[in-house]
Design a protein around this ligand. Structure first.
Ligand SMILES: C[S@@+](CC[C@H](N)C(=O)[O-])C[C@H]1O[C@@H](n2cnc3c(N)ncnc32)[C@H](O)[C@@H]1O
Length: 257
């Protein structure tokens, strides 16, 4: 598809979704005036991440002080079913980060209320819920549909085991609309996992809102923090101590509040 055809298709797909008009307005603005936000400071962020990076196992055992067993070994049947559900889905969506880190930060915080941005197939939701259901806790998720894939909405969260879904509260809007709606239901969280709008400005907007609603001792996690300098700058500006975890050649950032 040519660039112009892609822009036109995206535009008309948005027009069919009045609930996403605010995001359409923001996308137009961003494309006209703020195109550099996705990769701002990427080079320095990557160097910083590489310098600090530890493995999943090192983080879980040395910082969380929990014995590390990979997530897929703790829930082998659920994991196998999830892989099958993903294979059957006719749409291609964003992939999973470190399921083990997500599971164990919820265990560490003994989470009752967790919030995540970005669901796609629901791998991160599956990992958070695997911990939350043992305390009958709730996962609040914000996820904007893949606008160019008609069927994608039917498959958002398709890898999450059915038995976990009573503990899952999904908001299908852009974060700028979803988060205020979620905050009217719950305003204090034990765990935050950010994995949606990866632009510098998108992160900076959401990080502060989410951080302010994270309880002391709670855990803040953001995926793909080597993509631009937002996480690095956020930590430096606020004097927060970050942990960087390398997984599948990508970097996740974690801060314990
Ligand atoms: C990388 S995927 C999430 C993967 C998921 N966390 C996992 O580990 O399996 C990113 C998701 O965020 C959604 N997304 C992107 N921008 C968003 C925004 N501004 N607000 C809400 N969701 C957004 C995408 O549509 C996609 O479903």
């Amino acid at each position: 598809m040519s660039k112009i055809a892609e822009i036109a298709t995206t535009f008309f797909a948005y027009l069919k979704r009045p609930d996403l008009y605010p995001e359409l307005r923001r996308k137009i603005w961003k494309n006209l005036f703020n195109r550099s936000s996705a990769l701002r400071g990427k080079e320095e962020a990557e160097i910083w991440c590489k310098k600090l990076a530890v493995s999943e196992k090192e983080f879980i055992e040395n910082i969380l002080k929990i014995n590390f067993v990979p997530f897929e070994n703790i829930f082998p049947q659920e994991y196998k079913d999830a892989l099958q559900a993903q294979d059957k889905a006719p749409v291609k969506m964003g992939g999973a980060g470190s399921l083990s880190v997500i599971y164990y930060i919820n265990e560490y915080a003994k989470a009752q209320n967790s919030i995540e941005t970005g669901v796609a197939y629901g791998w991160s939701s599956f990992a958070a819920l695997a911990s939350l259901v043992s305390r009958n806790g709730t996962l609040y998720s914000s996820d904007m549909p893949y606008i160019l894939q008609n069927q994608s909405e039917d498959f958002v969260g398709c890898v999450i085991p059915e038995k976990y879904k009573n503990n899952w509260d999904l908001y299908r809007f852009a974060d700028k609309e979803s988060l205020p709606k979620i905050f009217t239901k719950e305003n204090l969280f034990d765990v935050v996992h950010y994995d949606s709008d990866k632009t510098y400005d998108g992160r900076m907007w959401a990080y502060k809102l989410l951080w302010d609603r994270l309880r002391r001792g709670g855990v803040f996690m953001s995926d793909d923090v080597g993509d631009n300098a937002a996480f690095k700058d956020y930590c430096e500006q606020n004097n927060y101590r970050p942990y960087i975890i390398e997984f599948d050649s990508k970097f996740a950032g974690v801060i314990i509040k």
